[in-house]
Ligand binder design. Sequence first.
Ligand code: RM4
Ligand code: MN
Ligand code: MN
Length: 396
Amino acid sequence: MDFQRTDRVFRALESFRIELPSWGFANTGTRFGKFIQPAAATTIEEKFSDAGQVCRLTGVCPTVALHVLWDCPDGLKNVAEIEAYARRYSVQPGSINPNLFQDQEYKYGSFGNPSGDVRRRAVRHVRDSIEIGKCLNSRHISLWFADGSNYPGTANLRQRKRWFEENLRAVHDDLAPNQQLLIEYKPFEPAFYHTDVADWGMALHMARAAGPKAKVLVDTGHHYASQNIEQIVAWLLAEDMLGGFHFNDRRYADDDLTLGSIDPYQVFRIFHEIRSFERETGKTADVAYMIDQSHNLKGKIEAMIQTVDMAQQLYAKAALVNHEELARAQQNCDLVKAEGLLQDAFASDVRPAIRAWRSSKGLPEDPLDAFRQSGYLERISAERSARNCESLTSYA
Ligand code: RM4
Ligand code: MN
Ligand code: MN
């Protein structure tokens, strides 16, 4: 790769940061069962410790997302402990994810539950989560609603929409000036007939109803097969309504597979739309990149390092698209040329440039290999295996 292209990769990597999910280090499974890993994290301290390893080896994951129910079960009382772990393991608390789906009360929904008591309880939980976010200096409160119904006629769709609007407006009022509310959508699961916030149009509507500090969160696994995700991204950017991403890959539904393992070109095209927006507007897209993956079979820390590496590769490839030539080809309707510019960038081997960038930062050139050499996995497997055998915490 020539100096100019290497320089583009270096500059792209300089600004690229991605958040780790605390739940990605814990035992998770499918609805058919869980396979316990001896090294999985069962405490919040272990999650910080594992995230700290990924942060130290990759140098690009300064924050870890927290799920309130799993990581802050005592609410604000957990703040001091979390701050201590953040200091000890050199990784900061990131987005705060309220949990509005696991408690028995939420059987028929949270913000859309027919019971006023349950709706109030859900709103209180989000308000408490916003307070936790303020104490931890977290910018993002990330909302995903499992609300929906399984059978036609069982839910009043328009009434639930009104309840969502009201409740979102109410929690939006609590945000600090620097905080953002991110609203995630998902077409189905756990509900199989209707989902209250099922697609990007509904999430966009809800974010607008909530207020100016609310934006849409795109989880790459939350679309019907073959949906054009990069167009959704382009439109949300154009509307100044894109808040962030939950990255993962999928083959069928919300599979939470490793980013780029099935369709790396899809992720490349998303990054291309973001860079093209930045190029045209001269603005930096204010978008939070977060990983939302749970690895049932792969080693959790290794899979996370693999994900970060893949994200860097795809972002770096997108940085190689020649925007002037692309604009010219689009203007002249030179379709083959225009498409070829994307294909050439995607086909470029950016790995040597990424290794060189890591070296220049004093980071290991191959973070996965460095992890395998470090002995960390062997140490935590020995320390944690007994506890893991008896514990089945966390979701799914
Ligand atoms: C959902 C969604 C949320 C995540 C939960 C555990 O499908 O992706 O972001 O927090 O799963
Ligand atoms: Mn998600
Ligand atoms: Mn999901």
